[in-house]
Write a protein that binds this ligand. Structure first.
Ligand code: 4AD
Ligand code: MG
Length: 461
């Protein structure tokens, strides 16, 4: 049994040999006494053409095959006379393993991405989604390779947590009890004592706090797993369930952090250009004609590095009309992030040192007392793909900040311990995996780069 990938890689090895393959019918053309079937077995982009004729003992059944039927085929690999392919399989046996019903939804035409989302369980059988999800798999592995080659330790951080890392309150609650039934104390706060964990818990929004504690043991660590946010924003770049890559380095500052982020992104681009030629060719022809050129340019230039304050000044001076006001103290709106990367710098841009009020509690306070050592990486077409920072390692300043924000210190006692017992400067970031894939492929909707997207009012499948 040969995979179609093997055949395309080294056809000479199999020419004029008897081989067997299995796969699903992608196209079928039948004349009176012969026919052609293209099958795909999922291992490779291209189909294999099967030629058959009346000599098959089940010729009548084969002639009536439906799209997506599963087959086992035996035959001889021969040079093809057709212009479309170099070789084809002259079938001696075609065994019908699973006959597809005639109402198979993926008929031979281009379907819209919107329609394909409604059949997310079938869309991996199309060329676009085959390319997207093969690339996603390769990139996930490349991310592990990148960190493992550097000696980073992979930490599995918990999915169910008792704290809100980002302090944005956008969490999915985890409970065995009906929220309405839980008793309330005289102040009106819900008492979770009767609940499974005996306290309020939620699906993690970020593995950062947990992975930070491991960085104080292993120095360089990373976590890579699913994260969850109940953000009710129905945009093309927000999902309620998405994957995040979060490295954390002890004895490191914001510069080290930016260096690592830039290295990681360039590593992934190189991986794609070197190891995914067929997928890249597909994206270049059907999704974004300038993709490879753009990625090569990114490889060959340093990312821009500016402070938030400089970004505000640049945007104000740009003469670009924005829908939302550009003012120091306001978070950058998507339109402004895109202006920075698409019009002003025309490449990825690190924006650092944001006002503390618009960033999370754990970021290190700068000497000006107003900004924190934050970094966002903005890229053309998508906007923010990375959020990170140097962490506040000074216990007193961290505790002050938590008090100002009304965070209960007892809930974070274990986090604060890392500052008490040999705390060091440290830094890390979170790369949104789906946003990275969008950027690296030119796909424009997050729903089309994750297998079964979870978005507001949508948890089908
Ligand atoms: O900027 P964020 O919120 O940073 C953190 O969570 C930090 N704790 C990470 C760290 O320092 N270890 O999220 C990081 C990235 C964003 O830049 C974005 O790429 C992605 O996660 N992200 C989302 N992706 C898809 N859907 C959403 N709703 C996302 N929210 C954040
Ligand atoms: Mg962010």
């Amino acid at each position: 049994r040969i995979s179609i990938k093997d055949l395309y890689r080294e056809p000479d090895l199999f020419l004029n040999q008897t081989i067997s393959v299995e796969g699903w019918v992608r196209t079928l053309r039948v004349s009176k006494n012969f026919g052609f079937i293209e099958i795909n077995d999922g291992t490779f982009f291209n189909n294999l053409q099967i030629v058959f004729d009346e000599n098959l003992n089940n010729f009548q059944e084969v002639a009536k095959l439906t799209l997506s039927s599963a087959l086992h085929v035996e035959g001889t690999l021969v040079k093809s006379l057709g212009a479309k392919q170099l070789f084809e399989l002259k079938a001696s046996v075609i065994e019908i393993i699973g006959l597809s019903e005639p109402d198979y939804p993926l008929q031979k035409k281009r379907h819209s991405f919107e329609y394909l989302r409604t059949i997310a369980h079938l869309r991996p059988r199309t060329n676009t989604f085959s390319a997207v999800f093969r690339l996603r798999s390769t990139l996930a592995f490349a991310i592990h390779k990148f960190f493992q080659e550097k000696g980073f330790v992979y930490v599995h951080t918990p999915i169910i947590t008792g704290s809100d890392c980002e302090g944005a309150g956008e969490m999915f609650r985890v409970s065995t009890l009906d929220y309405e039934q839980l008793p309330k104390n005289p102040q009106g706060q819900v008492d979770f004592g009767e609940d499974f964990f005996g306290k309020e818990t939620n699906l993690t929004v970020s593995g950062q706090l947990a992975v930070e504690t491991y960085s104080m043991a292993f120095k360089n660590v990373y976590t890579f797993g699913p994260t969850f946010r109940a953000e009710n924003s129905n945009t093309a770049r927000h999902a309620a369930e998405f994957w995040m890559i979060e490295p954390e380095m002890a004895f490191a500052d914001l510069k080290d952090n930016m260096h690592l982020a830039e290295e990681l992104l360039k590593y992934l681009i190189r991986e794609m250009l070197e190891n995914l030629p067929d997928e890249m060719a597909f994206f270049n022809s059907f999704i974004d004609k300038a993709l490879s050129d753009r990625l090569v340019q990114v490889l060959n230039a340093d990312f821009a590095r500016i402070t938030y304050t400089e970004a505000i000044q640049l945007l104000q001076k740009s003469g670009i009309k924005f829908e939302y006001p550009v003012a120091w103290g306001q978070d950058l709106h998507t339109e402004q992030e895109r202006a920075l990367t698409e019009q002003i710098f025309k490449k990825p841009v690190f924006v650092t040192d944001y006002p503390k009020e618009i960033k999370a509690f754990y970021m290190r306070l700068n000497d000006d007392g107003k900004t924190v050592a934050a970094m966002d990486l903005l890229v053309p077409g998508v906007g923010e793909i990375i959020g990170g920072s140097q962490r506040e390692e000074r216990l007193e300043i961290l505790e002050n900040r938590m008090s100002q924000l009304g965070l209960n210190h007892q809930d974070y006692w274990w986090y604060l311990d890392t500052r008490k017992y040999g705390g060091t400067p440290h830094a890390g970031f979170g790369l949104g995996f789906e946003r990275a894939i969008m950027y690296l492929t030119g796909m424009t909707n997050i729903r089309d780069v994750i297998s079964f997207p979870r978005t507001p009012k949508n948890a089908e499948f």
